[in-house]
Design a protein around this ligand. Sequence first.
Ligand SMILES: NC(=O)c1ccc[n+]([C@@H]2O[C@H](COP(=O)([O-])OP(=O)(O)OC[C@H]3O[C@@H](n4cnc5c(N)ncnc54)[C@H](O)[C@@H]3O)[C@@H](O)[C@H]2O)c1
Ligand SMILES: O=P(O)(O)OC[C@H](O)CO
Length: 342
Amino acid sequence: MAAPKKVAIVGSGNWGSAISKIIGLNAQGSSNFDTTVNMWVFEEMIDGEKLSEIINTRHENVKYLPGEKLPENVVAITSVVESVKDADILIFVLPHQFVKGVCEQIKGHVKPGAFACSLIKGVDATQGGIQLVSRIIYKTLGMDVSVLMGANIASEVARGDFCESTLGSRNADNAQLLYELFHRDHFRISITQDAATVEVCGAIKNIIAIAAGFCDGLGYGSSTKAAVMRIGMMEMWQFATNYYKGVQLGTFLESCGFSDVIATCYGGRNRKVAEAFVTANKTIEELEKEMLNGQKLQGPLASYEVHQLLKKEDKEKDYPLMTAVYRICYEGAPVTDFLKMI
Ligand SMILES: NC(=O)c1ccc[n+]([C@@H]2O[C@H](COP(=O)([O-])OP(=O)(O)OC[C@H]3O[C@@H](n4cnc5c(N)ncnc54)[C@H](O)[C@@H]3O)[C@@H](O)[C@H]2O)c1
Ligand SMILES: O=P(O)(O)OC[C@H](O)CO
């Protein structure tokens, strides 16, 4: 029998903490996994106490997922290198702007044969164009990277609401182990090999959520918001088919596709902050700080990263919704013109 696999969760924010509940419970219940799950915590002080110590003694991430008990076999570790050095499976779950730096820190400290799964919804602009987060991890660490994306609002998953998530993986053995690590009766996993599409959906839906928030802030009703969501999904499809190979329509019907567009456009943080932006007379960054207590928005940044590529290729007109979100967030275009722009 193979030795139990050691799991490290790289990240401990809102989603990182919620998924640690599932991973911790599944690791306890399966001989395929080492019972102790490491979780890297970016250390900070909370009312004079270290967050990592609070997690290891009270088993609660009081800042990023308050009110939810984490399993006691999930152990907070403040050195990212220490957290991953013995791990066979690395679960990346941190805001996408930090992934490059974290990968550089752990480069050379990862066990040979280890593999990864990214839960990060975002893309990265490069000089040559754009790259998926899984590609950053693969290029820096040289390991196989699967992805898990879906209609999963962290607080709802943490309290045990039923939902689904899509595991994109090109390696059948790794996919099977990841299925066992993530699947629970209330958190239903489906597997596809169309991993790039799963990841594109996760990144682009955050831009659509900003557009949906603008609609709410501007006082438009459900019909307008549904139209905006449809236009956003068309751009998501167009973007995926233009830039990635083997894109399957069926993937957009999985949780990572249309379900996540719905969940995020009604219940997500991007929507909430974008709604407030319409009337607050403050920047998105100011509102993020005021409203999210350290949690991070991915939508505005995703629009920025995608826009670098669209501008370079003179394709802004082909993606009016994504371009409008970028112009409103970064170029001071009036949000009241949003519908005219799309
Ligand atoms: N929250 C959700 O409901 C949810 C659900 C599904 C997917 N996701 C995705 O998961 C990813 C992570 O989101 P999250 O909600 O766990 O994070 P979050 O929004 O709660 O972000 C806060 C985290 O970022 C960390 N952080 C702050 N500065 C940092 C730095 N300089 N370097 C490294 N880490 C730093 C904080 O310590 C904290 O752990 C995102 O891509 C998000 O889109 C989120
Ligand atoms: O809160 P948001 O907008 O980052 O969205 C959270 C999840 O991605 C929804 O699936």
